[in-house]
Design a protein around this ligand. Structure first.
Ligand SMILES: [Zn+2]
Length: 193
């Protein structure tokens, strides 16, 4: 079974982690390959939070923009790649279909990769809610005080780029709540530009 066909052809948002791992991840020779092309690896949540803190010490508040941009570029590559392959093999990608595929990708990041429990409402405004964010967890383990601003920079940037790439449309994006700030969950909001 080609994982791309499953990604674009089925609703996997209710799948268990075992089901997702079986279809989308291959383990061999010290590598984990996602959808037959992207290499992924697990790391401690504190590594990422620690990296953000070290970068912030050197460049100040610009750190957020640097990480966000890098992650957004990663999401854009993924989104554009999916869109291109879909158009080539299956015809024009509709907005509804693009939303469905984006939700599937988020299900993989949530259940397969462990970035948090993610739910998404997609319409004129796109609202993503995350419980147990990997990045917020890292922050809270390193710091005793609640964060003054949202800290989920990588997932925020990635989702932003993924949506823009897959929908071929620009969005304004904002993280409005964060567990690291003491909120019950993290929220990402995107509006068309
Ligand atoms: Zn957060």
């Amino acid at each position: 079974m080609d994982p791309f066909d499953v990604l674009v052809g089925e609703d996997i948002t209710g799948w268990t982690r075992d089901e997702i791992v079986k279809v989308f991840l291959e383990y061999s020779d010290g590598e984990v390959i996602f959808i037959q092309r992207v290499k992924v690896a697990a790391m401690y949540s504190t590594f990422l939070a620690g990296l953000y803190q070290e970068i912030t010490k050197i460049v100040g508040p610009a750190a957020k923009g640097l990480i966000l941009n890098a992650a957004k570029n990663g999401g854009l590559r993924a989104g554009k790649g999916i869109r291109r392959r879909y158009n080539r093999e299956r015809g024009e990608l509709t907005t509804d279909k693009a939303f469905a595929i984006a939700k599937n990708m988020l299900a993989i990041w949530a259940e397969g990769f462990g970035w948090g429990k993610i739910s998404a409402e997609m319409g004129d405004e796109i609202v993503i809610k995350m419980v147990n964010s990997f990045e917020a967890d890292g922050y809270m383990r390193l710091k005793k005080e609640p964060a003054k601003q949202p800290v989920c920079w990588t997932i925020f940037g990635y989702v932003w780029g993924l949506l823009e790439g897959i929908l071929n449309q620009r969005f304004y994006g904002e993280q409005t709540t964060c567990m690291a700030m003491g909120d019950d969950y993290c929220t990402l909001v995107f509006r068309p530009q």
